[in-house]
Ligand binder design. Structure first.
Ligand code: HDE
Length: 718
């Protein structure tokens, strides 16, 4: 990996702002923090060469002290992250809906910093955990910071912030033995879930392929809660935010995910980094679902309930702009680790709703930064600093950087000429949307939140057969890891409300009967004195029978390109150079990345004695790290026939439904199946072969096939 390099789009306003804090030690002396030049950075000061160290050695003390305090607490959730800089461009002004400046001026390129994350694992855990992915975007707008702190799934497990610590305690490693890391497949998680029917819709998402993305560049993002746009007439519309990746949404298989975790636990982090370094800048379009204030109650679900989505068939998406990520961070700690997001960071024109999950989040994020970053001055950390002018009377505290001049730090004042002034609304001052609220103070939940199953069913039944099978396998895996049989049974009870075939398949695999009745009381949504009947899960009519936008495989986006797909060429000395070079040229022209794998590093010598540089050996490469495989022609390729690593490579590629192409002798290396006691070469539409060397028809068909990502139909025969 190279260091990140500036490119033509830099610096934008935020880049210029960050430049103030950047340092570069090129051609500079080594110094202490006080600027004193260091003469010996290898030996501490001692009383004699073999004597004790001297307390006065300020150089040693400073170095060790700094080292002792290098770590800060990792995030309580979303600890593992990868981030990048970029910009957002608006397609057309949205003045009808919002007065936010960056959503009204198409000439502005708003700088952004985006952090993707897993939720449950620690900072050093694997990228490929089955988990929700955080998708947090910081917009550095000219009116202040707007953070869209979303996920790659449009709904959440719980309806009320009160349950968040319980949810997280349940999913995190169990407290007595800190097992398992970055995994939900354990008793405490499913114990909690089995008692929380409201989580059933989100469980469908987390058990689906959405929870194991192929790349951070190939996943959708969602604001989850319903937000508001407010225009300059103070009219409000309800808004759902969606990020749509230009490369389409793609996932890996669970078996693959587990193997990738062993082979390269930084798979996603590295993929994002390398794509940006190579100029393949990831892009997402921003879409909004816009719902007029008057339509708040026309749905069969509550817009304030974060366990529900608004099907795109009912309220279509309006695409409003595009985000491009074009620069890697310069320093992981300074930027990716210290960035502090907050759903409460909004600008005039964007406002909250009363979603009780969102309302709780509005408290949590600043609070957590106080312990994680150590002081209320975290807004001064360069990556968190606004590019809009910032003046107020907040003062002091740990590590304050600002040197506020003058004697006035209060408002109103006359000694400072009344500065800084309050801004009128037409001067850009923020005023909350003046929603009318007339209510009793209660600790309760609305009955309109009680339908926990209809959208779970909608999601499951909108999936293709392949995707449904993956959900069934995921549930069987997760519940199979649960040791307490009563928890498994309780889960079957809940799944029986989602789909009869789903539950019958899972129960068969678990060797259990489906309970007829839901266990009572389901300890959910009710206080000790509340009427449990009021909160019995209800069923309402599904908003739509099925919704194609919920299925990854039904989507057409990203299925016309193979840009950045990683293709392994299984090679050896004695390979046919034309076979390698022609296929490589065709794939590279289509934007794919080709890696030559061989038994040894350095170069291999082809049949015509030309040298081909090797990228990886069979020891470090593995099928799970690639999207597809090509086995070229050449007499030397036959030597790979009995190579165990090559066999495993091809067997995995086949098992994971990847496209495989082979030419000439390469065809003989392809896996065999045992069919009625006789070995037969495996063949299906996903395996493309040609006897001709450098066959252009083969490369064209391979590229065409690869655009579909995988040959999922194969799975049914495995
Ligand atoms: Fe978060 N969440 N969250 N969350 N969340 C945090 O804030 C919290 C929720 C999300 O890359 C924490 O700075 C509560 C939903 C992302 O830095 C913490 C509740 C969604 C990130 C916190 C939720 C999210 C966080 C931990 C329920 C999707 C990573 C560190 C009321 C819309 C941001 C931090 C980053 C991080 C609290 C639920 C997204 C503890 C209390 C729903 C992407 O403040």
């Amino acid at each position: 990996m190279k260091n990140s390099t500036p490119n033509q789009d830099h610096p934008n306003d935020k880049e210029r702002d960050l430049d103030i804090n950047k340092s570069n030690a090129e051609n500079q002396f080594l110094t202490t923090n006080q600027g004193v030049k260091i003469n010996d950075n290898n030996n501490s000061a001692k009383a004699g060469e073999r004597g004790p160290s001297l307390l006065e050695d300020f150089i040693l003390r400073e170095k060790i002290t700094n080292f002792d305090h290098e770590r800060i607490p990792e995030r309580i959730v979303h600890a593992r992250g990868s981030a990048a800089h970029g910009y957002f461009e608006l397609y057309k002004p949205l003045d009808k809906y919002t007065k936010a400046g960056f959503l009204n001026d198409t000439s502005i390129k708003t700088p952004v910093f985006v952090r993707f994350s897993t939720v449950a694992g620690s900072r050093g855990s694997t990228d490929l955990a089955r988990d929700v992915r955080g998708f947090a975007v910081k917009f550095y707008t000219q009116e202040g910071i707007f953070d869209l702190v979303g996920n790659n799934m449009p709904v959440f497990f719980i309806q009320d912030a009160m349950k968040f610590p319980d949810l997280i305690h349940a999913v995190k490693p169990e407290p007595h033995n800190e097992i398992p890391q970055a995994a939900s497949a354990h008793d405490t998680f499913w114990d909690f879930i089995s008692l929380m029917p409201e989580s059933m819709h989100m469980i469908m998402w987390v058990m689906s392929d959405r929870a194991i993305p192929r790349s951070l560049r190939m996943m959708e993002g969602f604001g989850v809660h319903t937000f508001r746009f407010v225009n300059d007439k103070n009219e409000s519309h309800f808004i759902k935010f969606h990020w749509k990746p230009k490369l389409g949404t793609h996932s890996v298989l669970w078996d693959e995910a587990q193997k990738i975790s062993g082979k390269n636990s930084d798979f996603h982090k590295q993929d994002l980094w390398e794509a940006i370094e190579s100029g393949n800048f990831p892009e997402w379009e921003l879409g909004v679902q816009i719902i007029p204030e008057k339509d708040e109650h026309i749905f069969d679900f509550d817009l304030l309930d974060p366990t529900k989505l608004v099907p795109e068939e009912i309220v279509p998406l309006t695409i409003i702009g595009k985000m491009t990520l074009n620069k890697n961070p310069d320093n992981f700690f300074a930027e990716t680790e210290q960035v502090a997001f907050h759903p409460g960071h909004v600008v005039p024109g964007i406002d909250f709703t009363n979603d009780p999950l969102l309302q709780g989040r509005l408290f949590s994020y600043t609070d957590t930064q106080l312990s994680r970053l150590g002081s209320p001055n975290f807004h001064e950390i360069p990556i968190n600093r606004t590019i809009a002018p910032m003046h107020n009377n907040q003062r002091d505290g740990h590590m304050r950087q600002e040197i506020a001049t003058g004697r006035v730090s209060y408002h109103p004042n006359s000694l400072g000429g009344g500065c800084p002034f309050q801004a009128k609304i037409d001067e850009g001052g923020f005023a909350s949307f003046n929603e009318r609220i007339d209510a009793h103070k209660v600790r309760d939940r609305s009955a309109s939140f009680s339908d926990h199953f209809s959208q779970a069913t909608l999601f499951y039944q909108s999936q293709t057969d392949t995707e449904q099978e993956h959900i069934i396998k995921a549930l069987t895996f997760e519940l199979g890891k649960v040791e307490t049989v009563a928890i498994r049974e309780r889960m079957l009870g809940l799944l029986s409300r989602v789909d009869p075939i789903l539950v019958s398949k899972v129960s068969k695999c678990l060797g259990l009967k489906v309970p007829k009745e839901l266990e009572k009381p389901i300890n959910h949504g009710v206080g000790a004195d509340a009427d449990p009947n009021k909160h019995e899960p209800t069923f309402v009519k599904r908003p739509t029978e099925t919704s194609d936008s919920l299925s990854i495989l039904k989507s057409e986006t990203g299925k016309d390109s193979i840009v950045t797909r990683q293709i392994a060429f299984l090679c050896a000395d004695g390979v046919n150079a034309a076979s390698v070079n022609n296929m490589k040229a065709a794939l590279k022209k289509a934007g794919a990345v080709v890696k030559i794998i061989a038994p040894h590093l350095g170069s291999i010598v082809s049949e015509d004695d030309s040298e081909i540089p090797v990228d990886q050996s069979y020891l470090t490469a593995a099928s799970v790290l690639f999207d597809a495989v090509f086995v070229p022609a050449g007499k030397g390729i036959l030597d790979l026939k009995n190579n165990g690593d090559v066999k495993e490579f091809l067997t995995d590629a086949y098992k994971h439904c990847k496209f495989i192409a082979a030419e000439g002798q390469g065809i003989e290396i392809l896996p065999f199946v045992n069919n009625n006691d006789s070995e037969k070469p495996i063949r299906d539409v996903g395996i493309l072969v040609s006897d001709q060397i450098g066959d252009e028809y083969l490369s064209a068909s391979f590229i065409n096939a690869l655009a579909n990502h995988r040959f999922w139909e194969r799975e049914a025969n495995l």
